[in-house]
Design a protein around this ligand. Structure first.
Ligand SMILES: C[C@@]1(C(=O)O)OC[C@H]2O[C@@H](O)[C@H](O)[C@@H](O)[C@H]2O1
Length: 468
């Protein structure tokens, strides 16, 4: 069986991680331009000043994507390229760059799939309260509408926010992302609501303005399962699903927050302002989402955190490996000896993706889904000058098998975007953690080289996954 003709085989990137040109052509300073230069915040002090120079080499990169046969390229727009100060004057050179990038995709029959926010906030807004500030929320609505108006004639797929849980939890609880706050639980939950409310307003504007195309949001998807058959572990998994999945998906797809969460927050004094007007906006926007984007890397295997151990707060501890205490201290993830893991301690479990997708269907109905990220972070072996990333081929093949099974079981999965199209900067892991089909030689002028997985994915696309 082949994947449906309409199914999109894609691959993804993000502006700060690929573009470089951090201060060129009128681009404003982003929060990551500043944060990445704070001592100790990133691995070996790596940053996106140059990244892999996609800003200057996008034509070469898109030609390689076309050679691979990609149906679609998911990339993000750097907000400070469009609005150097977050709001105020538009930077025409920023509009020009993304017009050129989009036109290059169209020239090669590659569908542009655009993320508006993949974590690079204009520093002017970050230093004035970031996502806690009404100025930022209003500025994002303006920025989104500017992008719809400028690019909406060619871009028909829009993602508002990438992985809200990552930029908010790392920014306000772990201190591993800007603004680098630690255990600011009150603002953590308020900012979550601010982002979801802003998403809802942008969806309503998109639809009411008559822009063509579809719009959604991309969330992390890490379904939690009890690590053993103890009742306490089952309870811990239910709690994890409430605070790591339903807290994110409910306000988007139902327009309401899980009562279990609201009750907990009230007890803790972390309840956020949720006006009647806000509630109305969430409810109105919910049915207008055209899809949900899902970034799946691993499930969580959890037990109760009865040792009341505190979470280790460090960059390495924030890179997502199993075996950590949860941000709220209620549960902890465990590594199960019989399961397999990546070099960064991420469980490799394609079957849990499918199990989790059925969980979502039970909660939200058969919603249109794009797998907007899935991939293997690895240190790829180079043998006789060739990048032999066999492990990545196996990883993606196994996950595509379960995506295909899901499609055959009637799940409305409309596409799969591998993370990442090209080796790029990992926020906290520098360049050592590779995800791409295309290798970038940092020892040789960032020259590109096709990996084994490039040719493998090329064949998968050409045969519409018939042999998966
Ligand atoms: C933490 C990490 C990683 O570096 O492995 O997870 C996988 C992938 O998720 C994406 O949303 C991030 O933009 C990208 O940088 C990657 O980030």
């Amino acid at each position: 069986m082949k994947f449906p003709e309409s199914f999109l085989f894609g691959a993804a990137s993000a502006s700060y991680q690929v573009e470089g040109a951090w201060d060129e052509d009128g681009k404003g300073v982003s929060n990551w331009d500043v944060f990445s230069k704070i001592e100790g915040k990133t691995y070996q002090g790596t940053n996106g000043d140059v990244a892999v120079d996609h800003y200057h080499r996008y034509k070469e990169d898109i030609a390689l994507m076309a050679e691979m046969g990609l149906d679609s390229y998911r990339f993000s727009i750097s907000w400070p390229r469009i609005y150097p100060n977050g709001d105020g004057e538009v930077n025409p050179k920023g509009i020009e760059f993304y017009n050129n990038l989009i036109d290059e995709c169209i020239k090669h029959d590659i569908i542009p799939f655009v993320t508006l926010y993949h974590w690079d906030l204009p520093q002017e807004l970050e230093k004035n309260g970031g996502w806690t500030s009404q100025r930022t929320l209003k500025a994002f609505e303006q920025y989104a509408d500017t992008c719809f108006a400028a690019f909406g004639d060619r871009v028909k797929h829009w993602i508002t926010f990438n992985e809200t849980v990552v930029f908010v939890r790392h920014g306000y609880i772990f201190g591993a992302h800007p603004p680098g706050l630690i255990n600011d639980f009150k603002n953590y939950y308020q900012v979550l609501h601010n982002v979801f409310l802003t998403h809802a307003k942008v969806v309503l504007n998109f639809k009411n303005s008559g822009y063509k195309g579809d719009i959604g949001i991309t969330h992390v998807f890490s379904p939690a399962f009890p690590a053993d058959d103890k009742q306490s572990s089952k309870k811990a998994a239910d709690h994890a699903n409430m605070f790591d999945t339903f807290l994110y998906y409910d306000p988007i797809l139902k327009g309401t927050y899980p009562e279990y969460v609201l009750t907990h927050l009230k007890q803790k004094g972390y309840d956020f302002e949720l006006s009647h007007e806000d509630q109305e906006i969430l409810l109105k926007a919910a049915p207008l989402n055209d899809f949900i984007g899902i970034n799946y890397y691993q499930p969580m295997r959890v037990i109760a955190n009865d040792s009341s151990a505190a979470r280790e707060l460090s960059r390495e501890a924030s890179t997502g490996g199993a075996g950590a205490v949860s941000y709220d201290g209620v549960y902890q993830t465990v590594k199960v000896p019989t399961l397999s893991y990546t070099k960064w301690g991420w469980e490799i479990s394609p079957e849990a993706l499918l199990d989790g997708l059925h969980l979502l269907k039970e909660q939200y109905g058969n919603i249109p889904i794009y797998i907007t990220e899935n991939g293997l972070g690895d240190e790829d072996p180079i043998i006789d000058g060739e990048i032999k990333d066999t492990a990545r081929i196996e990883y993606i093949e196994e996950h595509l098998k379960f995506v295909k099974k899901g499609v055959s079981e009637g799940l409305d999965i409309q596409g799969y975007f591998a993370w990442s199209v090209i080796d790029l900067l990992s926020w906290l892991n520098g360049y050592k953690k590779q995800y791409g089909f295309i290798y970038v030689d940092h020892a040789d002028h960032l020259n590109r080289k096709k990996k084994d997985s490039f040719y493998w994915y090329q064949n998968v696309i050409a045969t519409r996954g018939e042999n998966i």
